[in-house]
Design a protein around this ligand. Structure first.
Ligand code: GDP
Ligand code: MG
Length: 438
């Protein structure tokens, strides 16, 4: 993929002691191809390459002590700029409620993203109201109601007999009366951009006077997503974009083109089907992720959200002193389980560490087995795994209904976990330094 190709181009440059103009040009040629193949809009690619070249071929870069790294830094900064530079936060109405209108084609992820956004807002102690204004898609209202119930967010609907304009109006009335501070209006999409849909959306916009009109687009559709964004922006004057399905097998082009083509910032990205899989979009982190520098900050944030802070501190201490026990190991696996699919987490860790951690990837069934094995140990054994000789291992296997191989494998994983934790600990220490570098 794009990330892999850029990573190898970048590591070639980074490793060079001397970098010539020809080296930079060659690297730019390769980057250009990689971006085009990743479905990045060709105009965007051209502007991007021109900007990087202009900065990277400058004397101060090539004559610097670490020219390769300087060029990588320029590429990173320009990628960040391309995606909007800074995080673009949601607007907040000076007089509540803040009205957010979700628009987009059918299947892009409007309903799912509305619910996810409501969840994020609830977590920030806001009081959102979801408004079900898609009266066409069969079961669309039900879908939102089910999601709302799971999240403990109220869903307002008038069934599918009223028109969307009325529903939006009544929803906002309710929010005002009952002190909801944010209204999220989930609207209907069509398979393609058409006049009827736009008319209806304009009708809703007129009564709702939204503070945000967020276009939801599917990253998997690549260039098409960008074209859709252009049309919607022309008709609706969007305030931002939610790019969904970035967890899938996308080539990444949409993330890199949307802002440049429409001048509309990406505000959130969808990273999965579950309700917690929506993240604020950070252009700098995305750029680092694409360049393979790892998205350490997002990882830490995610960990902080899921992990008990006290426990994490304790664990960090143990990591540093390397006094990790099997009890901690079990605890840690359970915490990781709370954070979501391990693959997502692995994607955020820079190369070497990801490889180390891959060996401790566990599926749910395996997790159950690991829990059983550890629970079959005495507390002395859990604290001192080195005493687990063959006969103890046999006893534990019997007790947990597993095999001696399973026990052996777990102990091996435990050792690897210890090793990669040491790496993580030093990585987290380095984050501070990295920030200073920028
Ligand atoms: P709508 O028609 O725009 O309201 O789209 P929905 O919200 O109903 O979503 C359509 C499908 O896309 C559903 O199956 C969602 O679970 C799925 N989906 C939405 N966002 C994401 C995402 O970020 N990642 C993945 N993998 N699937 C998503
Ligand atoms: Mg929907």
């Amino acid at each position: 993929g794009l990330s892999g190709r850029l990573q190898s181009i970048m590591s070639k440059l980074r490793g060079k002691g001397k970098v010539t103009e020809a080296d930079v040009k060659e690297a730019m040629r390769e980057i250009r191809l990689a971006l085009l193949e990743a479905d990045v809009n060709f105009k965007v690619v051209k502007t991007f390459i021109d900007r990087v070249k202009e900065r990277a071929i400058g004397q101060e870069v090539l004559k610097s002590l670490t020219p390769g790294q300087q060029v990588v830094k320029v590429v990173n900064e320009e990628l960040t700029e391309l995606m909007g530079g800074q995080e673009s936060k949601l607007a907040v109405a000076s007089k509540p409620p803040t009205i957010i209108m979700m628009v987009g084609l059918q299947g892009a992820g409007k309903t799912t993203s509305s619910a996810k956004l409501a969840r994020l807002l609830s977590k920030q102690n806001k009081k959102p109201l979801l408004v079900a204004a898609d009266i066409y898609r069969p079961a669309a209202i039900k879908q939102l109601e089910v999601l709302g119930e799971q999240l403990g967010v109220l869903v307002f609907s008038l069934g599918d007999k009223e028109n969307p304009v009325k529903i939006a109006q009544a929803g906002i009335e309710k929010a005002k009366k009952e002190q909801f501070d944010t209204v999220l209006i989930d609207t209907a999409g069509r398979l393609h951009v058409d006049e009827q849909m736009m008319d209806e959306l304009r009708g809703v916009r007129k009564v709702a006077e939204p503070d945000e009109i967020l276009l939801v687009i599917d990253a998997m559709t690549g260039q098409d997503a960008v074209n859709v964004a252009e049309s919607f922006h022309r008709e609706m004057e969007l305030t931002g974009v939610i790019l969904t399905k970035l967890d899938g097998d996308t080539r990444g082009g949409a993330a890199l083109s949307v802002k440049a083509v429409t001048n509309c910032p990406i505000k959130f990205v969808g990273m999965g089907e579950k309700a917690d899989a929506l993240e604020p979009f950070h252009p700098d982190r995305m750029a680092s992720r694409i360049l393979g520098m790892g998205d350490v900050l997002s990882l830490i944030e995610k960990a902080q959200e899921a992990v008990d802070v006290e426990k994490a501190k304790e664990l960090e201490k143990k990591m540093r002193s390397q006094k990790l026990t099997l009890n901690d190991f079990l605890d840690q696996l359970q915490q990781v389980r709370k954070m979501g699919p391990l693959e997502d987490m692995l994607a955020m860790i820079p190369g070497a560490n990801a490889k180390a951690l891959k060996n401790v990837t566990v599926d749910e069934k395996k997790m159950d087995r690991i829990e059983a094995i550890i629970q079959s140990m005495t507390s002395h054994e859990k604290d001192h795994p080195e005493i687990l000789n063959a006969s103890r291992r046999r006893r534990i296997a019997m007790g947990s209904g597993t095999s001696v191989q399973d026990v052996n494998q777990l102990l091996k994983q435990f050792q690897e976990m210890k090793k990669s934790m040491k790496q993580m600990a030093s990585m987290m220490k380095n984050t501070k330094k990295r920030k200073g570098f920028k």
